[in-house]
Ligand binder design. Structure first.
Ligand SMILES: Cc1cc2nc3c(=O)[nH]c(=O)nc-3n(C[C@H](O)[C@H](O)[C@H](O)COP(=O)(O)O)c2cc1C
Length: 349
């Protein structure tokens, strides 16, 4: 690992290593990237209350997330196509997550298969992110493979009925490579292989309702920004929601996820697990999200930059730095455990 990786410089270190079109793919957002900037800026608007003389030699970051005891309330977000970032790919990322006690979520458009991930990190907590394809047989096959490989929740991504306009990809005529597990499965079964164009934009609440009652594992609805949608997800029997704007890659102009989180927590926090992602760059951001009621936080780009900069060890370093800064921030705000991380540690806005 480049020993000098920090949470401030890791994107830069990654950019030096990555081919520019791949850097643009991982970094980019939709449209004018207003929401991309806003996701980060909204965290920076929160102020924390420094507390003293609490007795915080040790802090407890354990959390119960979707039926698992995680020692860190963090899940590596589903990020498509990680092998081009580093040959360690999703297998290395899953090992890095397991090593720090975080969960790992595999993308539908991953370089690796569910079995690859399970083999690489057999004791890690693993979830599958699902896109529903027009060819339902393809989605069903992917889910079956994941369940077979010990994945314990399905994160159904609902904010991509169409793909946002991503200028950084257009500039370089970037297209997802064919070397993806799902594309291989699609080929083998004779369905089309046109990546994201296969996603079915017609799925609706009735579909979610059926999915929740037909799968034996929790369905977590990823990509909710409105309390009303969260209520509907709860009514369908979802086990959780991820307050997310897809890392600002879909609706440019959508609000920052950390701004949407409190309303969702107030609406459904007592009925299902509310997770959040988007714009987390620091350990302090994790604490703000937890204080606002998130059960756990997904982090996407930061660990990917770690992977690009230094493979599995780089990703692990980034996750360790996030843990370390979460702990320091808990100590300085007087939180001995995550139960203490309430809105009371934040300066009200
Ligand atoms: C390069 C890239 C690829 C992504 N691929 C997927 C994907 O395949 N499925 C999905 O549900 N979300 C995907 N996302 C969204 C992430 O899961 C997550 O919501 C987002 O990255 C969180 O924001 P952050 O990167 O600021 O932490 C992707 C995001 C990025 C940056």
């Amino acid at each position: 690992v480049p020993a000098e990786i920090t949470l401030s410089n890791v994107e830069e270190l990654a950019a030096e290593k990555l081919d520019p079109s791949w850097y643009g793919f991982y970094a980019g957002g939709a449209g004018a990237e207003r929401t991309l900037r806003e996701n980060v800026a909204a965290f920076a608007r929160w102020r924390l209350r420094q507390r003293v003389l609490v007795g915080v030699e040790r802090v407890d970051t354990n959390a119960r997330v979707l039926g698992h005891d995680l020692s860190l309330p963090l899940v590596v977000a589903p990020i498509a196509c990680q092998r081009p970032a580093h040959k360690d790919g999703e297998e290395g990322m899953a090992r890095a997550a397991a090593a720090v006690g975080a969960g790992f979520c595999l993308s539908t458009f991953a370089s690796a298969s569910p079995a690859d991930v399970a083999g690489a990190a057999p004791h890690g907590v693993r979830f599958l992110q699902l896109y529903v394809f027009r060819d339902r047989g393809l989605s069903d096959e992917l889910v079956a493979q994941a369940l077979e490989a010990g994945f314990t929740a399905i994160l159904l991504t609902v904010d991509l009925p169409v793909v946002g306009m991503r200028d950084r990809e257009l500039e370089r005529a970037f297209v997802l490579p064919e070397d993806l597990h799902t594309v291989r499965v699609a080929r083998a079964s004779g369905s089309g292989t046109d990546g994201l164009a296969l996603v079915d934009p017609t799925i609706d609440w009735a579909y979610l309702d059926r999915l929740c009652s037909s799968l034996g594992v929790p369905v977590v609805v990823k990509g909710v920004l409105e309390a009303e949608d969260a209520r509907r997800a709860a009514a369908c029997g979802a086990g959780g929601v991820v307050v997310s704007n897809h890392g600002a890659r879909q609706l440019d102009g959508a609000r920052a996820t950390i701004d949407a989180l409190p309303e969702v927590v107030d609406a459904v926090g007592d009925r299902l697990e509310v997770l959040v992602d988007g714009g987390v760059r620091r350990g302090a951001d994790l604490l703000v999200a937890l204080a606002l009621g998130a059960r756990a936080v997904l982090v996407g780009r930061q660990p990917v930059w770690g992977l690009a900069a230094g493979g599995e060890r780089g990703a692990r370093r980034v996750l360790e730095l996030l843990r370390e800064e979460l702990e320091i921030t808990m100590q300085l705000t007087g939180c001995r455990s995550l139960a203490d991380a309430s809105r009371a540690i934040l300066v009200a806005r």
